[in-house]
Each structure stands twice: as C-alpha cells, then as structure tokens.
Design a protein around this ligand. Sequence first.
Ligand SMILES: [Fe+2]
Ligand SMILES: [Fe+2]
Length: 197
Amino acid sequence: MPDTASSMSPTITSMIRLDHMHVLAAFHRYHADSPWWRKRAIVHSTCAALEIHAQPEEEIFYPALATVLNDDPTLSKSRPEHNEMRATIGRLRTMGPENAAYDGLFHQLMAAVMHHVADEETVLLPAAERALTSELRSLGARMTRRRLQLLGERPGEIAVNTVGTFPVATFLIASLAVLGITRCLPKVTKTPARYLL
Ligand SMILES: [Fe+2]
Ligand SMILES: [Fe+2]
C-alpha cells in the first residue's frame, strides 16, 4: 500500500519527461557565438543535470523496468549510452570554451543525448506506463529523494552555475513541495531565484 507522500508524487515517467524537456531546452540556449562565460555555465549546469538525471534512472527506473521487460535491446543499451555520455562530460570538464574542440564536443554530447532521449520516450517510458502502472508514483517519490541526495552532494557546483539553468533543481523543488518535504532541501535551494533562471 503506497504511503500518502508517494501517492501524491508525480509519476517517475512524467519526471523523466520533464527532465528531458529541460535539458533539451538548455541545449537550444547554447550558441557557438555566445560569450565564453555563458557557454561554460550552460555546459556545466547541463552536464550536472544529466548526471543527476542518469544516476537515479540507473538505480531506480531501469531496474524496475527490467522486471517487466525481457532482454529489451533499448533498455540494454541505456547504461552503456549513459557511460558514453559521462565520458564526454569528463572530457568537456578538462577544457574551457576557449578550446577549439569545445563547441564540437558539446554538440556531440547533444546529439548523443537527443538520440538516447528519443529511445527512452518512444520505447521505455511507454513500456513503463503499460506495465508498471501502480508503481509509477512510488517510483517517482524514490527518484525525488535520490535526486535530493545527489543535489545535496554538489551544492557549490549548482550555485556557481547561475547564468544557465538547473532543470533538475527546478523540478525537484516542485516535487518536494508535492511530497511536503521542502524542509529537507539543501541550503543552496533556499535562494532558488539565484539559479533557477
Ligand atoms: Fe532519461
Ligand atoms: Fe537515460
């Protein structure tokens, strides 16, 4: 029997879709001719958002889906695709926007993420909504709590990236409000207007 907070939580599939939408919107704000500081802010905040999105997917969403999907090829390649994304993020963090390869590498990350998101939205999320109906809200509550932990581990990084966006934080605050646990927010989120641009 789900607890009250879980029954009021957004579903995990709606949370994943909203994350995707915010990350894709951040991609569209990146332009090769933008000032270096804006490019760096967008790249840093988007990379952090992708990491905080991918980890709970691997810990909560994919295992739940694996219980109802047998050897699904899209599910099987999801973790390796996350790992490729992490490798690209790692390379981006070793360079700055002044590097000639910076724009190309970020565009490579964008293309990989858009392909991955398309697979999740056309295959995995509909499959979850067909097969995990009664669990989608409790899984959403678990995902919110895990993201809160992950955000709390990197508040400095989030606070520094004030120019772009931090989509996970935006949605997290809304989710926590629904769950009635905003008192648990990390200190940085007490000034949300500073970075929820
Ligand atoms: Fe995703
Ligand atoms: Fe994913």
